[in-house]
Structures are given as structure tokens and as C-alpha cells.
Ligand binder design. Structure first.
Ligand SMILES: C[S@@+](CC[C@H](N)C(=O)[O-])C[C@H]1O[C@@H](n2cnc3c(N)ncnc32)[C@H](O)[C@@H]1O
Length: 407
């Protein structure tokens, strides 16, 4: 909100440090592309970017006078740590500048209980071969529920939905290769050593096999975290991931107590899906058939599907049932909470509370909507992360219901 009006359009990012704003938090960095890069004032970038102009610009706002470019940017070190290459638009790159230049991420570290980027190196885990899954990460000592086990910055971030904006696959792949080539040897080596399927260009393949969804400036990107990416998927995982939209830092947090020798796992897909939905998503988007303990046990898998279907039925029943009493609503939420606990889906309960809160609003039950909106916010802060997209949405919803007047 402090940006001069003429700069607003490309600087909607909420910078990382809300407590002590630095100069670059309150002024919008200029758009930087291959023509406008100024070596004496490079921002976070270590080299002039490589850019391509969208082949078709039909989908851009007609008011936009600038040619839209997609560029590969590289910072040899972010916050004194690892390097990062970003393939994104000039606007998003400008918005990212503030967050990448910000060395002051202490406020976020406080939220995560004082664990800093380097602390996790007191590693409680190691990478090893796992039958049927390539490499994986295994605990070497007891890890307690809630403990942060990894904290990592991305090495590569790529705009996810580039196709409708008019760029060609070959151009995006060229930028990915350029981004990989400009990484320092350490990060480049790690990137090329990551799992891939042997299809098409290797950098593109690595991104498809390993990237997590990350919102930058509210826009979906794919982000590569080489250490986190070694963690295999399980449909009932023992870890969750938290993603910070303002710093791009990814945390892996123990979701259950984990014993030495146990493999660390996260879910690559939403937790509340039933087995058919999970397997088609894992096959379609990630390209593998899941061999996790739940999928390998037909009886357990059926029982789990029954529980997850029941949660879906409860939500459906709530959605369709106008005029439910508070008692009936509470009973439905309590049953849902029990099922969620049994299924190890607590990390997703914030989303479920949010759905029920919406239902309460349509039923005119503002009191309960407020209660649930508050619970949603608490849960999302913990499970998704303090500044994650899902938490931001929960905060907006919470503010909205608290401003509403009972009718
Ligand atoms: C993000 S990587 C995980 C780390 C990878 N195993 C490695 O060697 O680096 C994703 C790949 O790991 C394998 N994988 C992960 N979870 C799996 C699971 N539950 N069952 C089978 N394969 C799995 C698949 O080959 C998948 O494409």
C-alpha cells in the first residue's frame, strides 16, 4: 500500500518483514528484463535475465502496453544461503525482489519456535535407498510430533500456468535449462541428481517429478526443494509440509512421533481423498503407483476409504441440509473430527472447518460460523504455515464473518 500509484500494478507482493520495513519493502523495484537489467543495480539477481516474449498475447489484458516477457532469473545466494533460479514474468520477479533481498526473516523463525534455516542441520535423518521407491529419508533418532525436521529454500521456481499465456513449451524448457545452467555448481549438481522419469528434457522432468506447488504473489508456481524432495509420499504420512508464501521457505514438520529407522513421509496429494482418487492423481501428476503401507494393505485401505467417504457424506449432508439445528451441526462436526483423527487427516481439518463455516453462514448461524472461522485460522496457521495462501484465505474469511452483523 506504500507503493507509488504508477508502480502498483506490478508490485502487489506483501514483503517478508512486517515488523521493521526496510527501504526495499516500501518502494517497488522496477521491472527487470533482458533489455532493462542494470548491472550496477541488479536487485537480488546475479546475472542479466534471459527472456522470451509470449508468442500470442491474446490473453493479456488489452490495457497492458508492455510486451509480456517470461524470463529466467538467477540469484547466486539468497539470504546468504543457497542459490535460486526463477522462471517467471517480469512483474512477479519484481515483486519477488523484496522477499529475496530481505535478510530479516526472524519474525517467521519466531513463529516456527526459534528454528532457523541452519538449525535443522542437527539432522535427525539420512537419505537411503528404499525398496520400490528409489531414495528416501529415514529417521536416525527419535523425532517428536511437532518437531521441525527440515527447513529449506528453493533452488528453482517456475511459473506453473504458462501455457494459456502464450509461451511455447520449447521456450519454457530453454529458460529452465538456462536457469539450471546459471546455478552455482553445488545447486546445479543437486538438481541434476534429483529423481526423474527419463522423459523429455531432464530439467523439466526433474521439476515435474519433484516440485511442490508454491504461490508467489498469489500466482501458482512449481518450486524445487532438493532436500525435501527426497521424502517419499505416503497416504497416511508421518510429516507435513508448511510453505511460507512470503519467504518461499519450506518446512517439514513431524506430524506424528517418529522412531529411529522409520521412513519420513509426506502426502503429495490432499489428505482427504479416497484410494482411487489418490492413485489416479499420483499416477497422473506424479507418474507413479503408490506402494505406501496404506495402499499395500487392501483391508486397511477399504476401511480408510469408508472413513473418508463418510467425511465427504457429512459435508454433503451439511451442504444440502438447510435449517439444521446448532445441535445437529455440532454433532456432525464432532463425528467429522473423530473420523479425521482416526484417518490422520488433522492437517486438513482447517479446510473442512472452512467448508462447514460456509454452510453455517448460508443457514444464518453466524455464531457458529465465527467459531469455526477462528478454528480454521488457528489450524491453518499451524498446519499450512503462518503466511501460507490457505492461511491468508482463512484470515480473510475470519475478518469477513467478524464484520458481519447478525440478521
Ligand atoms: C519427489 S520424489 C521422492 C524421492 C525419490 N524417491 C528419490 O529417489 O529422490 C518422487 C518419486 O519417488 C517415488 N515415490 C515417492 N513416493 C512413492 C510411493 N509412495 N510409492 C512408490 N514410489 C514413490 C516415485 O518414483 C516418485 O516419482
Amino acid at each position: 500500500k506504500n507503493f507509488p500509484a504508477q508502480l502498483k500494478e506490478h508490485c502487489s507482493n506483501n514483503p517478508a518483514g512486517p515488523l521493521r520495513p526496510l527501504a526495499h519493502h516500501t518502494t517497488c523495484p522496477p521491472l527487470v528484463d533482458d533489455d532493462t537489467f542494470v548491472p550496477s543495480n541488479p536487485g537480488p539477481w546475479s546475472y542479466p535475465p534471459t527472456c522470451v516474449i509470449a508468442a500470442s498475447r491474446t490473453n493479456w489484458a488489452p490495457s497492458s502496453k508492455k510486451e509480456k516477457k517470461l524470463c529466467a532469473y538467477t540469484a547466486s545466494s539468497i539470504r546468504g544461503g543457497s542459490a535460486l533460479s526463477v522462471i517467471t514474468t517480469t512483474e512477479i520477479a519484481a515483486s519477488m525482489s523484496a522477499m529475496l533481498l530481505d535478510p530479516d526473516i526472524a519474525w517467521l523463525e519466531k513463529q516456527r519456535g526459534g528454528v532457523s534455516l541452519t538449525d535443522f542441520r542437527a539432522e535427525a535423518h539420512k537419505v537411503q535407498r528404499i525398496t520400490g521407491k528409489g531414495l528416501g529419508v529415514v529417521a536416525t533418532e527419535k523425532i517428536r510430533r511437532g518437531q521441525v525436521v527440515m527447513v529449506e529454500q528453493p533452488v528453482m521456481v517456475q511459473l506453473a500456468d504458462w501455457e494459456p499465456l502464450g509461451w511455447k513449451k520449447s521456450e519454457v524448457v530453454r529458460l529452465l535449462r538456462e536457469g539450471a545452467a546459471k546455478l552455482p555448481p553445488r545447486e546445479r549438481k543437486r538438481l541434476f541428481q534429483m529423481a526423474h522419469r527419463g522423459m523429455g528434457d531432464i530439467v523439466d522432468d526433474v521439476v515435474r517429478t519433484n516440485a511442490y506447488q508454491a504461490f508467489v504473489d498469489g500466482v501458482e508456481h512449481s518450486a524445487l526443494y532438493p532436500e525435501v524432495a527426497r521424502i517419499n509420499h505416503a497416504c497416511k504420512p508421518n510429516c507435513i509440509i508448511r510453505h511460507s508464501s512470503t519467504t518461499l521457505i519450506m518446512e517439514v514438520v513431524a506430524y506424528t512421533d517418529i522412531s529411529p529407522g522409520e521412513e519420513l513421509s509426506v502426502s503429495y496429494v490432499p489428505l482427504n481423498l479416497v484410494s482411487d482418487q489418490r492413485s489416479s492423481m499420483l499416477k497422473g501428476q506424479w507418474g507413479f503407483n503408490c506402494t505406501c503401507p496404506l495402499c499395500s494393505d487392501a483391508k486397511a485401505s477399504t476401511a480408510s476409504d469408508d472413513n473418508r467417504n463418510r467425511v465427504a457424506d457429512i459435508l454433503k449432508m451439511l451442504g444440502g441440509g438447510s435449517g439444521l439445528s446448532s445441535g445437529a451441526l455440532r454433532a456432525a462436526v464432532a463425528e467429522m473430527e473423530d473420523l479425521v483423527a482416526e484417518e490422520g487427516m488433522a492437517a486438513q481439518i482447517g479446510d473442512l472447518y472452512g467448508i462447514v463455516a460456509d454452510v453455517c453462514l448460508t443457514m444464518g448461524n453466524l455464531g457458529m460460523a465465527r467459531e469455526l472461522a477462528e478454528q480454521t485460522l488457528d489450524v491453518q496457521r499451524w498446519y499450512a504455515g503462518v503466511d501460507n495462501e490457505r492461511t491468508t484465505k482463512a484470515l480473510e474469511f475470519w475478518q469477513e464473518v467478524n464484520e458481519m452483523k447478525p440478521v
